[in-house]
Write a protein that binds this ligand. Structure first.
Ligand SMILES: Cc1ncc(COP(=O)(O)O)c(C=O)c1O
Length: 356
């Protein structure tokens, strides 16, 4: 099926991989095969197709009989739709300062969702009940946007992972204050693989009300889903998805990708492999003098601090991003298609460049 490397229609080298982002990876071959199977013939548009119907069954097998999936195009869209579904017009969302919704979504939750974000600095990307309390007040104060939701990411943007107990404590605390809990699970598969627990343990079993479930970073071409876990907490999902421009007309092609990942163990194989590569990378990095790992490596990301000139030379050999350039901090991400050879070649280059 794969065209030869010399095919003139191919404009990149399929053997070149870096450590910039799990979004740099292509789609998993099993996802592409599922897409081909879903092609042909006519299917009802806008989600009334048999692939979306089947996805609902698969989602219920993971998240229980009342879970309902709303496939969307991307993670920002999933977050914006999900957060609107659990807030009033005057509502606010408590989140970590480092949260993707705060730093990497171009203000979409504010501008598109009309939501106020109440942010809290965290040492490692994780909220706690105590940190939430820095913003959880003033419900009767008409001068303040009303805290109505706590949003956490699992895994976090800093590659750390909440334990089920930590999520449960956050949910209990939020619910005790009348707030709901949204979980940005763009990398939920990586967190579940890391802890060796079902995704349900980290979501509805712990009290999460609504989930943005990732597909893209897990091996899809594109596509995520908002998963409603607590039907009583959520309203008007269908209208909000359309209003937010996240309703795919040919939805079967989003749904079949998620089904390919979730129906059997592809989600776990892909996430587990990416995590393993991050562990291999971290282990190698720890042995390199002058490079410091910044956070516990619990998913598929390694954050490190190293001399700026070393990073710059290394970037000429492998793609990766500065996280905080002034502080000399970088992020190295592994994905489902990162190989042991990729990691070892990167480590060899890191050693060479730090020794120069
Ligand atoms: C934690 C987190 N949430 C959500 C997203 C969704 O991103 P996108 O809108 O690019 O699909 C990302 C992507 O990098 C992410 O890291």
């Amino acid at each position: 099926m794969n065209p030869p490397k010399t095919d003139a229609r191919r404009h990149h080298d399929p053997e070149v991989r870096g450590f910039a982002s799990d979004n740099y990876a292509g789609a998993h071959p099993e996802v592409l095969a599922a897409l081909a199977l879903a092609n042909g013939g006519h299917q009802v548009a806008y989600g009334e197709d048999t692939y979306t119907e089947n996805l609902q069954r698969v989602i219920r097998s993971h998240f229980g009989p009342t879970a309902e999936a709303f496939p969307v195009f991307n993670g920002t869209g999933a977050n914006v739709v999900a957060l609107q579904a659990v807030t009033d017009r005057w509502g606010a969302v408590i989140c970590a300062e480092s949260a993707h919704i705060n730093v990497d979504e171009c203000g979409a939750p504010e501008r598109v969702g009309g939501l106020k974000l109440l942010t809290v600095p965290t040492p490692d990307g994780k909220l706690t009940p105590e940190l939430i309390d820095r913003q959880a007040y003033g419900w009767d104060d008409e001068h303040r946007a009303m805290p109505q939701v706590v949003s956490i990411a699992q895994a976090t943007e800093l590659g750390t992972v909440y334990t089920p107990d930590e999520i449960r404590a956050i949910c209990e605390h939020a619910h005790a204050h009348g707030m709901k809990v949204h979980l940005d699970g763009s990398r939920l598969a990586n967190a579940a693989a890391s802890l060796n627990v079902p995704m349900r343990t980290l979501t509805n079993a712990a009290g999460v009300d609504i989930l943005s479930l990732g597909g893209t970073k897990n091996g899809a071409l594109f596509g995520e889903a908002v998963v409603v876990l607590n039907q009583d907490a959520v309203s008007h999902m269908k209208h909000l998805r359309k209003l937010s421009m996240q309703l795919a007309s040919k939805m079967r092609f989003v749904s079949v990708q998620l089904e390919a990942l979730l129906a059997r163990d592809l989600w776990l194989r892909n996430a587990g492999h990416a995590n393993e590569m991050a562990q291999r990378l971290a282990e190698g990095v720890r042995a390199v003098h002058g490079v410091e790992i910044l956070y516990p490596v619990q998913a598929n990301a390694v954050f490190a601090r190293l001399p700026h000139d070393v990073s710059e030379r290394l970037q000429k050999r492998f793609r990766f991003y500065f996280w905080d350039e002034a502080a000399g901090e970088v992020r190295w991400m592994c994905s489902f298609d990162t190989t042991e050879e990729d990691v070892d070649a990167f480590l060899a280059a890191l050693k060479e460049e730090t020794a120069r």
